[in-house]
Design a protein around this ligand. Structure first.
Ligand SMILES: [Zn+2]
Ligand SMILES: [Zn+2]
Length: 258
């Protein structure tokens, strides 16, 4: 069984003490590829460095909506430069987060639009973070002339939203919360996701799956997400692993490396 964790933050300080061991445990669990996702300029640079260092790591570079308020024109240039690197396969994470409102909503929207335009210019997929902001996010995506390819990460939208994003050819990445006992609505939503659009992730160090909830998350645990998805979809963890592995390669343009 081979697994692709399409969203983790191995560039987070949480892994400074033991990153080589974390990667080794991922390998032992069958996690052969991981996408390390940036959330500001420094973490994006770090993601690129890690992708350079470890063959099984790829990078996404971007500005989390929390950090939109600090975004500058120089940052846009720096991201564009990083996106020319061959292991930088996506622009993200980017998006809108109205739960915390760490940056003003208008600023989040303006930065999101600029970053979508950059993705369009470079023909790169986007990794989208959306929290309590789906109406505005959909409106921005639909207003763009381009057909953005990308991922809704840590997805937990409604069935209606799933159909909307599927129409835009988006992928849906499911994370640890699907293993929580209180995730009652999520199984119905997951059944709505087209099989060829399904991805899995950890969002490590956050959102640790059951039964390790409360501990630091790490890519090895993406196997628990695959296992729970198999229960929901009436298939096997091996089938979920293979389908999401293939989907991840299609989404990030890695088909030729399979
Ligand atoms: Zn996120
Ligand atoms: Zn994230």
């Amino acid at each position: 069984m081979r697994l692709f964790d399409t969203h983790c933050h191995l560039n987070d300080n949480a892994y400074l003490p033991d990153l080589p061991e974390v990667v080794k445990r991922a390998e032992a669990a069958g996690v052969e590829r991981m996408l390390v996702v940036g959330y500001d300029l420094a973490s994006s640079r770090m993601a690129v460095e890690l992708a350079d260092e470890y063959p099984q790591l790829y990078a996404a570079v971007g500005i989390h909506p929390h950090n939109a308020v600090a975004f500058t024109a120089e940052d846009l240039t720096a991201l564009e430069q990083m996106l020319t690197h061959k292991k930088v396969v996506a622009l993200g994470e980017i998006g809108l987060d109205y739960h915390y409102d760490h940056s003003p909503r208008k600023t989040q929207q303006a930065v999101f639009r600029q970053l979508l335009a950059l993705a369009d210019k470079l023909g790169k997929p986007v990794v989208i973070h959306a929290r309590e902001a789906h109406a505005d996010l959909l409106a921005i995506l639909k207003a763009g002339a381009a057909t953005y390819q990308g991922v809704m990460h840590c997805y937990s939208g409604s069935r209606e939203l799933t159909r909307e994003y599927a129409k835009l050819n988006f992928y849906f990445s499911v994370a640890g919360p699907v293993t929580f006992a209180n995730a009652r609505r999520l199984p119905e939503v997951i059944k709505e996701i087209p099989a060829e659009r399904l991805l899995i992730e950890t969002d490590a160090p956050y959102l640790t799956p059951h039964p390790y909830r409360g501990r630091r998350n790490e890519p090895a645990y993406v196997a628990l997400v695959a296992k729970r998805l198999a229960e929901i979809l009436g298939s096997t963890p091996e089938e979920v692993a293979e389908q999401t592995w293939q989907n991840a390669h299609a989404c990030f343009g890695l088909e030729t490396l399979v």
